[in-house]
Design a protein around this ligand. Structure first.
Ligand code: ACO
Length: 318
């Protein structure tokens, strides 16, 4: 059996600017009522002066300070994102510099779209070693700069933010039992990347993505629980990707989840892609609702189309 990892600290950073549904109704033909009813979103954050690196570094610093670890023992600095300031260098490489991380730590960005955080945990679990047992995972997205503010079907959904965790490998930590997958699809959800392909905006066919999500999320969640040999009554929190409150509620109904175990913050931040799950974990931590020994089921889906889930234990938090 592989040694597993535990989350020992969290951090987060959200840009200051709040964009309400009423603000958006002044620039596109929409309304607070439509957005609230169809998505559950009331407001989201938008970077004005903050860069991707600013958000990532602030979230990472907070997590590292709370972890109180010797940074020399950090083996991995992994950033999940679809929207770095530059294609290269990666945000993770720039974090190595601004946070003064060891030069021999593996630093790289990972793009699994909104499923990035469970992907990042699994990759980190595989890279850590006994003598370098700590990993930093930062999920940071500035989706508003990839948003077409003339397209009402997408511009109401997305926001910016960053969440970070420090994980520790330990021989007595359970494996995270990640379930990861993808279904090559370049139509339902994509962002242009090739030069000359057009403005790099998020293009999405809402209904196919919705149908994919309500199938993939319960399937992935159940597969993680089966792999871990754990039933829902032993899970303390379920933290899902926050794309649409109707998707989350569908998963609650389909899996018969106790609603009080399912954390939601979509009303305040909208869809921050891979940052949704760690931002939620950080809110749980700051509210004193994460304690050592708790098990958290994290599950996400996104462009690709990707899905990813895992069951991770909390450690070192009293
Ligand atoms: N305001 C008012 N009307 C709107 C808006 C808006 N912002 N957007 C669309 N409409 C209209 C449409 O034009 C359509 O009008 P019509 O009936 O006259 O043609 C009507 O509302 C219904 O449109 P639908 O697309 O059918 O609305 P739906 O109920 O499917 O909701 C939504 C759209 C919210 C996008 C939903 O499909 C959804 O959440 N899909 C999943 C999206 C998702 O999960 N994305 C994230 C995945 S990955 C990532 O996070 C990057």
């Amino acid at each position: 059996m592989l040694p597993g990892i535990r989350i020992i600290a969290t951090g987060g950073c959200l840009p200051e600017k709040v964009v309400t549904n009423d603000d958006l109704s002044k620039i596109v033909d929409t309304s607070d009522e439509w957005i609230t009813k169809r998505t559950g979103i009331h407001e989201r954050r938008r970077c004005v002066t903050e860069t991707h690196l600013d958000l990532a570094a602030a979230a990472a610093r907070q997590a590292l300070e709370r972890a109180g670890i010797d940074r020399a023992q950090l083996g991995v600095c992994l950033v999940t994102t679809v929207a770095g300031d530059t294609i290269t260098p990666s945000t993770a490489c720039m974090l190595q510099k601004v946070l003064d991380l060891p030069e021999d730590a593996a630093c790289f960005d990972l793009n699994a779209a909104c499923a990035g955080f469970p992907y990042g945990l699994r990759v980190t679990e595989g890279l850590l070693t006994e003598d370098r047992p700590y990993g930093l995972i930062v999920s940071c997205e500035v989706l508003t700069r990839l948003t077409d503010y003339t397209d009402r079907s997408t511009c109401v959904l997305f926001g910016d933010g960053a969440g970070a965790v420090v994980v520790q490998q330990s021989p007595d930590a359970p494996e995270i039992c990640a379930v990861l997958g993808s279904r090559g699809d370049n139509q339902a959800l994509y962002i242009d990347g090739a030069p000359g392909a057009g403005a790099p905006y998020i293009h999405m066919q809402g209904q196919p993505v919705f149908r994919f999500a309500v199938d993939a999320m319960p399937r992935c969640s159940l597969a993680v629980l089966e792999k871990a040999g754990v039933t829902m009554d032993r899970v303390d929190w379920v933290v899902m990707h926050q794309a649409n409150e109707r998707i989350i509620d569908h998963v609650i109904r389909k899996m018969e989840l106790p609603p009080e175990k399912v954390y939601k913050n979509i009303a305040r931040y909208g869809n921050m892609s891979s940052a949704c799950i760690p931002v939620a974990l950080n809110e749980l931590y700051e509210a004193g609702r994460l304690r050592s020994g708790m098990k958290v089921l994290c599950v996400g889906f996104g462009g690709g189309l990707t899905w990813g889930g895992c069951l991770i234990e909390i450690g070192g938090i009293s």
